[in-house]
Design a protein around this ligand. Sequence first.
Ligand SMILES: CC(=O)N[C@H](C=O)[C@@H](O)[C@H](O)[C@H](O)COP(=O)(O)O
Length: 227
Amino acid sequence: MTHESLALLRGRLVASVQASAGAPARDTHVIGALAESALLGGASGLRLNGPEDIRRVRPVTDAPIIGLHKVWNGVRNVITPERALAAGLAEAGADIIAVDATTEQLGTDFRLIGEIVAATGRPVMADVSTVAEGERAWAAGAAVVGTTLSGYTPHSPRQDDPDLDLVAALVAAGIPTIAEGRYQTPAQVRAAFDAGAFAVVVGGAITDPIALTRRFVAVTPAARERV
Ligand SMILES: CC(=O)N[C@H](C=O)[C@@H](O)[C@H](O)[C@H](O)COP(=O)(O)O
């Protein structure tokens, strides 16, 4: 199968435009405006959560949309855990479907990936947290693997920085890899491409004004006095 939409992302930046429930930006029109802004800034693709946001953005761009559907499992958001959710994303206009491909979510049976490819006709981006999960997802039919969930599962390293080691290890295993998760600076994005990443996804550092403001507030004397 050829994946034209995925091919368009090679060597390029994808903006993840999402907002948590309760955040002021959690409004489909705000998400739409942020997505359009990211495209004007040169992002070549978007990563969007849920059919509603995808429906808002699809008519204004031909840029590839990676769709995901987050479901809270009591500990963290799981990414598109069911076929029906994947079908909803495809119907809304997603070109690529992101799927949680962690051991804690799928155990050792990663067949959901192939089922979603068959049901939607869309390539799957498998969001993983370890090399073993990446290898299993690739064998199960993922078109590309993302380092998205490194740092968010019990068996991956907690760190403030992006997991560049995981990018390098997946690339060394011959797996097309999208670097995602905690990319905050252009230097980190460059490092991911230097490690062989196929594309890089940046979320909060582009689209989360609360997190961005916090970074600046943290260095004010008032904030330092509080520590
Ligand atoms: C762990 C998880 O659920 N990650 C989600 C996946 O879609 C999003 O909440 C992240 O914003 C996205 O991965 C981009 O990452 P960052 O915002 O760190 O650049």
